[in-house]
Structures are given as structure tokens and as C-alpha cells.
Ligand binder design. Sequence first.
Ligand code: AMP
Ligand code: GLY
Length: 424
Amino acid sequence: MKILLVGNGGREHALAWKLLQSPGVEVVFCAPGNGGTQTLAGCENLAVAVEDIAGLVAAAQDRSVDLVVVGPEVPLALGLADVCRAQGIPVFGPGRQGAQVEASKAWAKALMMEAGVPTAQAQIFREPGPAEAFVRRQGAPVVIKADGLAAGKGVTVARTVEEALGAIRGAFGGLFGQAGETVLVEEYLEGEEISLLALTDGRTIQPLLAVQDHKRIGEGDTGANTGGMGTYCPLPQVDDRLRQKITTQVLEPTLRALQERGIDYRGVLYAGLMITPGGQIKVIEFNCRFGDPETQVLMPLLATPLADLLLACAEQRLDRQPPLAWHPGAAACVILAAAGYPGAYQRGGPITGLAAAAAAGALVFHSGTQVQAGNLVTDGGRVLGVTGQGPDLRAAFQSAYQAVDLVHFAGKYYRRDIGHRVLG
Ligand code: AMP
Ligand code: GLY
């Protein structure tokens, strides 16, 4: 089987690594890929950008691939999966309409209300005046969200009314371009945040293991939101009963609501959830793709061959697949970022120590790297994800942090407290 994998992050490196372990996979083309996919045996980078829909479809056709797997949300929101399907190319990822679960928070909120899915209360505004008046009446804490895709920067958890008003002015002032022309003012939810990703072929839905991601840049879950600074799995806080409850209260009704709208959704439905102190489940957001760095802990633990599974979703035969199998034990991923991230940061610094980290038993997935004149250098805000494994979470974290110390680049920043909620 030949596969075209779209994207250039740690998620794609982990997916490529896992796809290449599936029996029958000859080659994974990664467009555009990064230094990690470039140096992975069996993987070949293609210089096509994720927004270049025509270029990606041409690459899939030229290389006669059997499956296209789409990593990021942007090409999905641009309709890559629709074009592939129209050309008869099996594709893992929803079409443009389905991608609205992530690409429009107002659309997703309406879908959840329609489906009776528990979520934070929200009001939708298209002008600043009424939004500001609402926030003044409502008070803080309150959450302000730009409707559209804003590369993870469109959400402000405002502790004060002033901060909320600033976020509203920023969004309507064009800070996020079109993404901020509509703004949601949302109830602040307290609790523990988890990610539950599910695979679906549009008819059947199969949840993966629940993962916890630490989204804030600072230790103690403080500071700016990021794409994610570290993950771990499985979660002692989420037993089979809770996972089943999320499946019946969130995943299944959402899939039914999509079907009722005539949307053929094949790919990942990622539910970002808050488990409130009272044990209630509330959806914070949906994503239409694998999480990053959730994927870096899910792939090492998944025992089922990934290529078969994703092709079964693309071809609507997930119901005929055996139940998902998982390796025993736990996995933990610590992200190494460039100093300054999620703000401005430098690129191009040499990276060393990866062989030592691998020899110590860790998996290092590249988030933002490239090979320049034969040398691996930094090329993003999140640079590497170091995943450790072990019989339990404590051992997995120990392995990850040991390897983190072996990897070097100028300005290396990471959180030392990933997993603090379970490790104590
Ligand atoms: P989102 O892009 O919607 O996932 O929001 C980014 C982050 O903001 C989430 O991962 C949460 O940590 C936080 N957040 C979003 N919505 C809420 C909410 N209603 N209450 C509390 N925190 C939230
Ligand atoms: N790690 C959060 C995300 O992928 O959206």
C-alpha cells in the first residue's frame, strides 16, 4: 500500500512511523513533512504545502497512492477530502462541511445544541457592542472565542471583565482576520480537561483511549495557550464507564447529527472535554483531526495496524474491523519548544543528542525540524516531542524526562510538570 500523509508536525511523524509498521505498507509520502519524516526509513517527503489542494491531489495521482491521510485541519477546511473523493482516491479525513466541527465554533455549538450534547453555554455575536454589553452584565471569568481557525490563538480565558473586553476588541479589530468576524462568549468551565479522539467511517464510531494534554506554556498550567506541551495516556481518571458515557452522550449523538445534516464524516472526531468537579461531561471543542501531541502517545500504545484501520474508515467498513487492541502500559510525551514560543522564536539552531535519546529507549517525534546541509536544525515553535513508555505512567514519565536531558538545542524549553495531576 502507498500512502500520502499530509502535514509537517509531530503528529505526522508519529502517524508515518505507525503506518510504516502496518503489514503491506510500502511507502509513506509526507507532504511537506519535516526532518523527522525525511529521515524515517520508508518515508519520503514531498515539497507540497498543506494549503495547496491541487498540488496534493496531483501528488496522490502521480504516485498512485491507495490512501490519503490528512493530518492538519487547514487542508480539511479547504476541501481536500472532497476533491480526493471526487477523484476516487480513498481519503481519511472529513470533507469541508464536516470540518466545520472545528473550523466554525458557532456551527459546532449549533450542532451540539441540536444533538443534545452537553457543552458550555454560549452566546454568538457578530458585532462588538452587544458582545461587550453582554460581558459587562455577565462578569468574569468568561471565555471569548473567535469563531474560525486561528492557529490555536483564538481563545481567551478571561479572568477579568477588562481582559474579556480586550479579547472582544482584538477579535473584531481583525486580530484573527475573518476567523474573528464572529465571536462566542462562553461560560467558563472548571474541571479537568481531557481529549477523547474517535475514529469514524461516518456510520460507526470507535473511541481511542482518553489522553490528557497540558495546553499552557507555563508550569502549573499557567500562561499562554499553546498547541500542547505534553500528553500522557492512559488516564486513571477515565475508566471504561466514563469513556462509555462520553461515547453515548457525546460521540454517537454528534455523529447522528452530522448524518442528519447529510454530512458523510470519515476521519477523526476529536472531543475536547471538561470533566467538572461534579462529574459532568461538557464539550469544550471538537477537532476534525488527530491531536498533536495526543497522537505521539496514542500511536505507540495502539496495537492494531493503523493503515488497515484508516483505510477501513475511508472505505466505510469500520464495522467489519476487529475491536481496537492496545499494548499494556503507558506513554508520556514531553514537548521541547524553542525559547519564546508561543510568541516569536528563532529557527535554524543545530539539534544534538537524538541518537542518545533513542538508545535510552525514548521515541523522539519531530514537530518543527528540518535537515539543512545534512544537519538537523530547529524549524518551529514546538521542535520535538519526546515520548517515553513503561509499565505505568510513572515509568513512562521517567523514561521521557531522562531522554529530554539528552537532547540539546539552543533555547530548549520544556515543562517539568507534565502529568502533575496524576503523579502528585
Ligand atoms: P479551544 O481552542 O476551544 O480548545 O480552547 C483552548 C483552550 O481554552 C482549551 O483547551 C481550554 O483549556 C480553554 N477553554 C476553552 N473553552 C473553555 C471554557 N468554556 N471554560 C474553560 N476553559 C476553556
Ligand atoms: N493538542 C491539542 C490539539 O491538537 O488541538
